[in-house]
Write a protein that binds this ligand. Structure first.
Ligand code: ADP
Length: 178
């Protein structure tokens, strides 16, 4: 049993995962686990894909690294553009961030993504690939879809997730007393 929940913030690159995770970590004291950083720092990859300018992730190594880091003990905000590799028993809430195509286009262009990578990510957002992955991998009650087009939406998302964390802790404390 965890004293603090584990929350995945997922979605297409550029939706606002890192911005949300950092704001939430600051507000709640939970730990921001940037999976991209883990992949890079712990070498959980099979090399660099030059066309897509991204690491080719070795999922077994990644899961081992997260296990070593004791993520399953709780208190983590896991920030990654995927969610199916984590065992369901590790996770308490999956937040899928969504964004309009034109906004995503602007954010990914600002990042100077190569054309093929930009197009793939726009398609992925339109096809709801990450939302579907979350729904396929977790109980439907654990998956929440939130929009992240504006700072107002982000503020309200962070408020909402913070409230969810408080409620989760209260529920856990209540369960312990029974
Ligand atoms: P991700 O981690 O999903 O790739 P980031 O958090 O890095 O996305 O956000 C990508 C860019 O979009 C950043 O410049 C960030 O400031 C901006 N951004 C993210 N979410 C919002 C939002 N809800 N409103 C306005 N700008 C946002």
């Amino acid at each position: 049993m965890r004293a603090e929940p584990n929350i995945i913030i997922t979605g297409t690159p550029g939706v606002g995962k890192t911005t949300h995770a950092e704001a939430l970590a600051e507000r709640t004291g939970l730990r921001h686990v940037s999976v991209n950083e883990v992949v890079k720092d712990k070498g959980c990859h099979e090399g660099w894909d030059e066309e897509f300018k991204s690491w080719i992730v070795d999922e077994d190594k990644l899961l081992d690294a997260l296990e070593e880091d004791n993520v399953k003990a709780g208190g983590c905000i896991i920030d990654w553009h995927g969610c199916e590799i984590f065992p369901e028993s590790w996770i308490d809430l999956v937040v899928v961030l969504r964004v309009d195509s034109s906004t995503l286009y602007d954010r990914l262009s600002a990042r100077k993504y190569p054309e093929a990578k930009l197009q793939e990510n726009l398609d992925s957002e339109i096809m709801e690939v990450l939302l579907q992955e979350a729904r396929d991998s977790y109980d439907e009650q654990m998956v929440v879809e939130l929009t992240s087009n504006s700072t107002d939406e982000m503020d309200s998302n962070v408020d909402r997730i913070e409230a969810w964390i408080k409620q989760w802790k209260q529920d856990q404390a209540g369960d312990g007393e029974e």
